[in-house]
Ligand binder design. Sequence first.
Ligand code: G4P
Ligand code: MG
Length: 167
Amino acid sequence: MSYGQIHETVKELARRVTEAGFDPDVIVAIGTGGFIPARILKTFINRPIYAVGISYYGLDNLPKATPQTIQWIDEVERKLSGKRVLVVDEVDDSRVTLEYCLKELLRHRPTEIAVVVLHNKNKEKRGHLPEEIRHYFAGRETEDLWICYPWDAEDIALHEDQARATV
Ligand code: G4P
Ligand code: MG
């Protein structure tokens, strides 16, 4: 994915969220993959962004038994109650991190939570969306392959060339 493709995907996601009648009060970005998509989303749905950091991979880059909370801002908790929250992440893979995060957020009694992800991998999911989540939007449905995001690229010019060649 190039930055341009991601921008277009986020724009389309914003349109679908709006068309579904979901008007969020706040955006919650799941870091780190959700940070850049959330900022792009703000261009189309201009709401405050709160960041939470949850990672399924440790600093050693090995998967952990359970997601690890990297940061969880106390303010996020207080500010969610009674709010409509739009949660943003880059990829719905195993769904374990997403489930963990959504359950944490639901504890703070938001009015409603909707979820957007750039990519949903079509695979058997180990995590599940809580039943309170009535709006879920994936920019693209993909196979279970590794997606290369531009923010991970060390050579962005090469990455963008390859992104243009593959899609
Ligand atoms: P999920 O609940 O959203 O499905 O996430 P899951 O725990 O399965 O994902 C584990 C980690 O692997 C996540 O990173 C996710 O972003 C990353 N990941 C999964 N599939 C891909 C992929 O195809 N490409 C890339 N680039 N990353 C992928 P994380 O531990 O949350 O860290 P961060 O990278 O978001 O900081
Ligand atoms: Mg992530």
